[in-house]
Design a binder for this molecule. Sequence first.
Ligand SMILES: [Zn+2]
Length: 167
Amino acid sequence: MSGDKPWISGNLRITKEAMKAIEEEAIRCYPSEACGFVAGPAQDPLLLDETIHEVNEADKYHALDPETFPRTSRTYFKLNELRASRRFEEGEKSGRPIKVIYHSHTDTTAHFSEEDAYTFASDGQLMWPCAFIVVSVVDGKVEERRLHIHRPGTNEFEESTLEIIDG
Ligand SMILES: [Zn+2]
């Protein structure tokens, strides 16, 4: 599965600018969780060079249906799935695929939570063809950045390396 999408297996490089864009958004949204995508050129599969912010819809769902969605954007993030699938499709077509979904954690570490794993893997299958960056913001400052990848055939994720490079 990772054959034509090698970024799923991690060991990615991200430009300073793209990382900075994630961190600024994470700080701006604090104490809510920020989320979005990171894209890069198809011809350099392990390079990430463009951050695209998305709206965290957790509060919208929570307001509409607090029983099904008990958590707010403070501890949870929810992407708009229709917009997400469009982004993935457009990225494929334009030669600039979405390689990463990013989100932030607030006042905790940049681990991949059980909730994150439940959101992004089911029956051993990865839900979106990408890897995952989590940044943690503690007291309004970025503390950690970690890259997580799916362990094929399971609903589990493990950490991989993310190198920040001069763009
Ligand atoms: Zn999370």
